[in-house]
Design a protein around this ligand. Structure first.
Ligand SMILES: [Zn+2]
Length: 162
């Protein structure tokens, strides 16, 4: 009865799936457990086969993903992917304020040798970094990309692979 529904985009136990966290390793079933684990970042997930979703078991954050037939998708949201328009807006959000300040520094250059001549450059860098940080944080939040889990896994691979 439970095997009668065999859609192509179903998440099947025993199949090979990439890890939704690090996107580097593969998840496989743990013996004697109702869970799967990643062979790269070693995170453990519980499988909800009825909802076709994975839930991170060893995280305080309620992270879960749904298999859409090709890859894992954020299960807490049904929105489409961020389109190129959003990407363009994100780039504009970083570039525009920075270039505005660069332009004003170009039009009204500081007096060379004055004690405050570093201010426009510093202000430009600060503007660029703060806007970039804002955009990155929005993207990370949207995709529920666990930055620290990913960095940890990368570090483990770098130092323990050889
Ligand atoms: Zn992983």
């Amino acid at each position: 009865m439970s095997n009668s529904k065999d859609l192509a985009n179903d998440f099947k136990s025993g199949g090979v799936y990439s890890c939704p966290v690090c996107r580097q390793g593969q998840i496989s079933e743990m013996p004697l457990m109702e869970a799967v684990a990643c062979n790269f970042c070693r995170h453990i997930f519980t499988v909800d086969s009825r909802q076709q979703s994975l839930k991170m078991a060893d995280s305080s954050q309620p992270l879960s993903w749904r298999w859409n037939g090709r890859r894992w998708q954020n299960a807490t949201r049904n929105d489409a992917e961020l389109g190129w328009g959003v990407g363009l807006a994100a780039i504009a959000l970083v570039i525009l304020p920075t270039s505005l300040i660069a332009l004003s520094a170009y039009i009204f250059p500081p007096i060379p040798g004055s004690s405050l001549s570093w201010v426009p450059l510093f202000w430009m860098g600060l503007t660029f970094l703060s806007h970039l940080a804002f955009v990155v944080s929005v993207v990370v939040e949207y995709y529920q990309f666990p930055v620290f889990a990913y960095l940890q896994a990368m570090r483990r691979r770098l130092f323990h692979s050889s």
